[in-house]
Design a protein around this ligand. Structure first.
Ligand code: AMP
Length: 114
């Protein structure tokens, strides 16, 4: 836990943010500024600043984050598809340095992304 990290605080239940999913190692909640009708963030509870800091030991955790995304999209009825995004580093568009998987759905996605 990093004291000033907002995503650490959300994972610890220290904010008003509603958690859509919460387990020992993963939390999911709605993005504050949604970029699609459904926009959820899936995070590891442990502070991993970005994908670049993940280690071999985190392979199962990273896999489970994807499965949590799959589970939530099924629960929310995104049966026509969805997009997962993992911005990494400044040029990758990352603004919160606690790794998070964006789950976007409910509209037609475009390619290439911005
Ligand atoms: P990124 O730019 O990939 O680092 O994404 C960070 C995301 O976190 C943005 O989409 C923000 O809208 C979102 N965000 C920042 N603070 C909060 C918060 N307190 N609760 C929910 N989402 C947040």
């Amino acid at each position: 836990m990093t004291e000033h990290c907002i995503f650490c605080r959300i994972a610890q239940g220290e904010t008003d943010t509603e958690r859509l999913y919460a387990s020992d190692d993963i939390t999911a909640f709605r993005d504050l500024r949604p970029q699609a009708p459904t926009h959820i963030l899936v995070i590891p509870n442990r502070h991993i600043a970005s994908l670049d800091e993940a280690r071999e030991d985190d392979a199962a955790l990273l896999g489970r984050m994807m499965l949590v995304a799959q589970h939530l999209t099924a629960e929310l009825g995104l049966d026509r598809g969805y997009r997962l995004v993992l911005n990494t580093g400044a040029q990758g568009g990352q603004s919160v340095f606690h790794m998070h998987l964006h789950v976007l759905g409910g509209r037609q996605m475009q390619w290439p992304p911005g």
